[in-house]
Design a protein around this ligand. Structure first.
Ligand SMILES: C[S@@+](CC[C@H](N)C(=O)[O-])C[C@H]1O[C@@H](n2cnc3c(N)ncnc32)[C@H](O)[C@@H]1O
Length: 313
């Protein structure tokens, strides 16, 4: 395996002090829900707030691969056993992982600090046992000891980690589990006989995005080591180097790159250069594949790390 340049989405925006968010699970602050109207000025960093970015997320983000989903569900079954009642997907974005969990739980709630992301998530017609809530990861709107699984995909590194883990500890049932996933900087693009060339072009894209990385990326680079170390439960493990492959069109892969927070930072700083990077990359990929349409399919290989932990009984 080759180590490639960094790849998870980034971007930091400071929220306007007048914003307010509230629980939208329908609890309206009743029956033990701790969430109340809250001034966003108290929140820390605000990410992924733009509506266009959220729409791109909905269109282009990838689902949790089956291997990762099965790893998480087997762990929960081993540690807590069935029934699986309530799962919470924290930093759910537009709900890709939330919807993957839905068939396995009685109820799944996706929470995210970004109103734009939750608005997009709600537009998707999906299973009826899903609901969404705008709220910070550090103040989850659930009763003590009420949640079977807290999952977070490509998001924990954006949170206040200590506060988040304390909150997860509070809401989990005894023997309930946390599963924090991230994909890493490792990515290969395969097609016909030109995989090396396609991957090299991707590496160049990555390299040009390096100046737009956030400091939070250190967690991704370390495979969530600091996050793992911060979990106080003795029963925990970190599974790395899980390489998952998936089929995407060139158009989808370009959209996936465009959805990265670091690309969005680039776009904001220099819109013409950012758009030109995408145009040039498309042209080079199509040329390497000797095709003319962006609907041409490639296989990408992504490397995941997964932190799993079980709350003591
Ligand atoms: C890279 S996206 C991942 C989205 C989705 N889980 C996925 O796998 O595509 C990170 C998400 O975390 C959310 N986020 C960042 N900080 C947060 C916080 N403190 N509380 C809740 N959500 C947060 C962002 O709004 C964004 O939707």
């Amino acid at each position: 395996m080759r180590a490639l340049a960094l790849r998870a989405p980034l971007g930091v925006q400071v929220c306007a002090a007048s914003c307010v968010t509230r629980c939208s699970t329908g609890c309206a602050g009743s029956t033990g829900c701790r969430w109340r109207w809250r001034s966003a000025s108290k929140m820390e960093t605000r990410l992924f707030e733009k509506e266009e970015h959220a729409a791109l997320y909905q269109k282009c983000r990838i689902l949790i691969p089956p291997e990762i989903k099965n790893l998480v569900l087997s762990y929960l079954e081993e540690k807590k056993g069935k029934p699986f009642m309530l799962a919470v997907d924290v930093g759910c974005g537009t709900g890709q992982s939330t919807r993957v969990l839905a068939p396995h739980f009685q109820k799944v709630v996706g929470v995210d600090i970004s109103e734009a992301q939750i608005k997009e998530a709600k537009k998707v017609v999906g299973p009826t046992n899903i609901s969404y809530c705008v709220c910070p990861a550090e103040e989850l709107p659930f009763e003590d000891g009420s949640v079977d699984l807290v999952l977070s995909s490509a998001a924990v590194h954006y949170f206040n980690i200590d506060k988040f883990i304390t909150e997860v500890n509070r809401v989990l049932k005894p023997c309930g589990c946390m599963a924090f996933l991230t994909y890493t900087q490792y990515l290969e693009v395969h097609a016909k006989d030109c995989s090396d060339q396609l991957t090299a072009i991707y590496n160049e894209v990555e390299k040009s995005l390096v100046p737009f990385h956030s400091i939070k990326m250190r967690h991704v680079i370390s495979g969530y080591k600091e996050i793992f170390d911060a979990i106080p439960f003795p029963d925990k493990k970190r599974v790395g180097d899980i390489v998952c492959s998936m089929q995407l069109s060139i158009a989808d892969l370009l959209g996936f790159i465009e959805s990265f927070g670091m690309f969005q930072v680039f776009l904001k700083k220099d819109p013409e250069a950012a758009k030109e990077l995408l145009r040039k990359t498309e042209h080079r990929w199509l040329e390497a594949m000797k095709v003319s349409s962006k609907s041409a399919m490639v296989e990408i290989c992504l490397q995941y790390h997964c932190v799993l932990a079980c709350k003591p009984d």
